[in-house]
Design a protein around this ligand. Structure first.
Ligand code: HEM
Length: 426
């Protein structure tokens, strides 16, 4: 199919300089006037940019017509090649039954109500310890690096079973995987040590199982009809570790910034902390999936009335879709009681975020605890001076200087019955 007559726009859209919370204003115009339009991406990929909620949801929800094979963010990553062969265990680029085999294997570690109930005290302890450390400082810190990243790093390490001392390995790998600037050689250099470490850990856990995610994944694999190879198990753990900290740390930081910039919404939350779980949904609607997700058409088809040829790439602009007034009234207003039902911030359909229940748990416990233990938390610089990441596809603040008067001890005013997250309620 020829696309010659369709104008091609350039991605990424310029960052808004008026509002630190929105997708580029250009997305609103596209949604109204050219909801499926051709774009040239920084990696050289030419794709259809899809911006309306209904169309993005339809494409994410139909894995038969829209394959994940290219990779999720190949439109922005310098090392990405949508046509490279699949590596063993690279489940994020698989479809159908091949993919489901992996999804079923990891699910029990991150999404069952029982597992989440086990994880909550671990997450609470990580957050309390981090605040205890900050309480020893001079009442100023950089929230993203001093709180958000250490907390989410410790949490995903604890979920998989990798000690905090080894965090450098997966922080480096994660930064390279989600980088917009690291090339293929840089990616390999960053990921290889993590794979080597995990391979070694796998052998140790095979010989002497522990009470951790990696040991349970080995046991489930051994009992499965089609056991996983060591390389596949290593890859699953590496993907979880790499995907599971900066995403949540960034939403936590961006979310805190949004709350501090909307004092009336923050006051609602303080007055009624049981609103935290629904506030999290609104924050994920606001900030989740910001870089957009790539799919490839498996056959000639249509989306939003536009003809799409087999083999064409699509960039599904999740954040723009979640700001579609047809789906969310007054979509650019942060409304913590909106509930955000049906948002696409964690994706939708077969590949929707594996870690969404653990992300919800971490965000909920973090905000509940910050409200309770650090009620005086505030920005230490004007809003306009908060820097944003430019080298990562995980979009959000690069640093968030904050200050406070006092961090209350963990035991003081501890909630008798914290609000359960949607995953825990099941
Ligand atoms: C607020 C934090 C997070 C956000 C906004 C987020 C967002 C997303 C989105 C939009 C996708 C869909 C990709 C697609 O459709 O191709 C995704 C997939 C994924 N997420 Fe998350 N995520 C978050 C936290 C986490 C955490 C904590 C983990 C690990 C525990 C995790 C692990 C994954 C994995 C492994 C995938 C790939 C799923 C697949 O392709 O099968 N994420 N995430």
């Amino acid at each position: 199919m020829e696309h010659d007559s369709t104008p091609v726009r350039q991605l990424p859209m310029p960052r808004p300089d008026v509002c630190p919370f929105g997708p580029a204003p250009e997305y609103a115009r596209l949604r109204a006037e050219a909801p499926v339009t051709r774009v040239a991406c920084p990696t050289g990929l030419t794709a259809w940019l899809v911006t309306r909620y209904a169309d993005v949801r339809e494409a994410l929800g139909d894995a038969d017509r829209f394959s994940s094979r290219p990779g999720q963010v190949v439109h922005l990553m310098a090392h990405a090649d949508p046509e490279r062969p699949l590596a063993p265990g690279e489940f994020t680029r698989m479809d159908g039954a091949e993919y489901q085999r992996f999804r079923r294997h990891i699910g029990p570690e991150v999404s069952t109500a029982g597992r989440l109930a086990q994880l909550r005290p671990m997450v609470q302890a990580i957050i309390d310890e981090r605040l205890d450390l900050l309480a020893l400082t001079d009442r100023r810190a950089e929230f993203y690096h001093d709180f958000a990243v250490p907390v989410t790093t410790a949490a995903i390490g604890g979920i998989v079973g990798v000690p905090y001392e080894e965090r450098d390995l997966f922080q480096r790998a994660g930064a390279a995987v989600f980088s917009g600037v690291t090339d293929q050689a840089g990616l390999v250099a960053a990921v290889k040590p993590l794979h080597g470490y995990l391979y070694q850990l796998l052998q140790e856990r095979r010989a002497a199982p522990a009470d951790d995610g990696i040991s349970r994944m080995i046991a489930r694999s051994d009992a499965a009809e089609q056991p996983f190879s060591d390389l596949e198990l290593v890859s699953m753990c590496a993907i979880m570790l790499s995907a599971g900290f900066d995403t949540t740390a960034t939403v936590l930081t961006h979310g805190l910034l949004a709350l501090l910039a909307h004092p009336e919404e923050l006051a609602r939350l303080r007055a009624d902390p049981s609103l935290v779980p629904q506030a999290i949904e609104e924050l994920v609607r606001f900030f989740g999936g910001a870089p957009g997700i790539v799919r490839q058409a498996t056959r000639d088809t249509r989306i939003g009335g536009q003809e799409i040829a087999a083999g064409d790439y699509l960039v599904l602009a999740i954040q723009a879709a979640d700001r579609d007034p047809a789906a969310f009234p007054d979509p650019d207003r942060l409304d913590l009681t909106r509930g955000g039902q049906g948002h696409l911030g964690f994706g939708y359909g077969a590949h929707q975020c594996f870690g969404q229940q653990t992300a919800r748990l971490e965000l909920t416990v973090a905000f509940e605890t910050l409200l309770r233990r650090v009620p005086s938390l505030r920005l230490a610089v004007p809003l306009e001076e908060v820097p944003f990441k430019t080298d990562s596809t995980v979009v959000g603040p690069a640093a968030l200087p904050v200050a406070w008067d006092r961090i209350h001890p963990a035991a003081e005013g501890a909630a008798a019955a914290p609000a359960p997250t949607p995953g825990e309620r099941r």
